[in-house]
Write a protein that binds this ligand. Structure first.
Ligand SMILES: Cc1cc2nc3c(=O)[nH]c(=O)nc-3n(C[C@H](O)[C@H](O)[C@H](O)COP(=O)(O)OP(=O)(O)OC[C@H]3O[C@@H](n4cnc5c(N)ncnc54)[C@H](O)[C@@H]3O)c2cc1C
Length: 415
């Protein structure tokens, strides 16, 4: 989706600039596109609504990502629960299928062929001209009735060349995780309120400290009971870097199933299990570049010794034969995504974020003294992103919910 950053001036600003192309930023862009199309015929202001989204990574999705090898296995957010109506309705709207997670008893499901299909579906409905990758916001400044944002764009070809751009916007929507908002390379002028800074400092970026590791096999050697027993084994085996396991098989997904079958020369299914791990970085000989083979071998070794413990695992005699004979593995170190995690070598997973209204409050509200319609300009900086959600912070449901909240917040100024 190559696009250039729009030309703006202080007197001809954008309507909305979205920072961050994760689930929250893309849901917001999707809603603004819908608003543009439903009101374009009648309303002059909504038809002139101009939005743009910038994402600092070279891919869309943020904490939602499929593996590189098959592009079907979840390496980030995966499960949605029955009571999460907003994400369910988004998934249904995009006509995506789901797979029951049988080794969990709470009705959670995964998306067929990975949660990145949600990102693909949202991105497909957007005007590609309005989305710029490899571009980070590094300075946000209030200038009378507009916000000036300095963007740093990384050349996608050389990855070395950098270029600064200036964008003026009426509304800025910030969806980056709270801890990243406070990164020392981002300059806020005037500074954010003390209460916001305090709340952001205290907010853990959910799962940003975790490494996800999937082992892929030529067939399914395990069953639900084995996964459940391994869960217990991992729990009781204090030294393992993996702290949870789930069945990540992809079977009976109807979309493109026939194509996949032909393409891959097999039944089109994927047989994998996935681990959540807190990598022990001290055990790395050198953490740069990350020795993924070493990490995968080490974690498999720990898992294998849990599985070989006959006290824990009923199928332990057969397990040892197949377990280490995986075809391939996929690994994703979230701590090393610099625009998501503020800690490259974390030592704990951190607590699940709790709802905090301060994180959802907008900043730089118009002065009550503004007159002559100036009140329509409203708040200038809005905060979305899952951690700012008041109902399901940390989860995909929260990412979607926070985007809906900000659209409602801005709507009265846009219509
Ligand atoms: C391993 C893992 C497992 C998970 N499992 C689940 C699960 O099973 N179920 C569930 O509901 N949730 C799960 N989650 C959480 C879920 O993925 C997140 O809640 C959701 O994806 C967050 O979306 P977001 O848009 O709010 O934030 P993000 O996805 O973090 O997006 C923010 C974006 O902002 C970008 N950005 C940051 N700074 C800047 C800047 N200065 N300029 C431009 N761009 C910037 C980032 O690169 C990023 O793309 C999991 C997450 C992980 C990592």
């Amino acid at each position: 989706m190559p696009s250039s950053i729009p030309e703006t001036t202080q007197s001809a600003p954008l309507t909305v600039l979205i920072i961050g192309g994760g689930l929250s930023g893309l849901t917001l862009a999707h809603e603004l596109t819908r608003l543009q199309s439903t009101t374009a015929a009648g309303s002059s202001s909504s038809s002139s609504l101009k939005w743009h989204l910038v994402e600092s990574q070279n891919y869309l999705g943020g904490r939602i990502k499929n593996d590189e090898a098959t592009n079907r296995i979840d390496m980030g957010g995966a499960w949605i629960w029955p009571s999460q109506h907003k994400i369910h309705s988004l998934v249904n709207g995009l006509k995506l299928g789901t797979i029951a997670q049988r080794d969990a008893q709470d009705g959670r499901v995964r998306i067929c062929n990975g949660a990145a299909r949600i990102i693909d579906g949202l991105a497909a409905g957007l005007n590609g001209e309005c989305v710029t990758l490899s571009t980070a916001a590094i300075s946000v400044e209030r200038m009378n009735h507009v916000v000036k944002v300095v963007l740093l764009q990384q050349s996608t070809e050389t990855n070395v060349h950098q270029q600064h751009h200036m964008v003026y916007t009426k509304h800025l929507v910030w969806t980056a995780p709270p801890q990243m908002t406070l990164a020392p390379y981002i300059h806020w002028n005037p500074p954010l309120s003390d209460s916001k800074i305090m709340a952001m400092k205290q907010c853990n970026t959910w799962m940003a400290s975790v490494t996800k590791l999937s082992f892929i096999y030529d067939r399914k050697y395990w069953d639900v009971q084995w996964i459940m027993e391994m869960k217990r084994g991992i729990y009781f085996y204090g030294d393992a870097e993996a702290f949870d396991i789930y069945d990540a098989c992809i079977e009976d997904c109807s979309d493109n199933h026939a194509d996949k079958k032909e393409e891959e020369g097999n039944d089109g299914n994927i047989y994998a299990f996935t681990l959540f791990a807190l990598v022990n970085w001290d055990q790395q000989e050198s953490s740069t570049p990350t020795n993924d083979d070493g990490i995968a071998n080490r974690i498999m070794g720990q898992l294998h010794s849990i599985a070989s413990s006959s006290r824990m695992i009923s199928q332990s005699s057969t397990t040892s034969k197949w377990m280490t004979q995986y075809n391939s593995y996929s690994i994703q170190h979230w701590p090393q995504v610099s625009s998501i995690s503020h800690e490259a070598h974390p030592t704990s997973v951190g607590s699940h974020p709790r709802p905090n209204p301060v994180l959802s409050e907008s900043e730089w509200k118009s002065s009550p003294n503004d007159s002559n319609g100036e009140e329509r300009r409203g708040c200038m900086v809005h905060f979305a992103g899952t951690e700012s959600d008041l109902y399901s912070p940390g989860l995909m449901e929260g990412a979607v919910g926070s985007a809906f909240r900000v659209v409602e917040e801005m709507k009265r100024y846009l219509e």
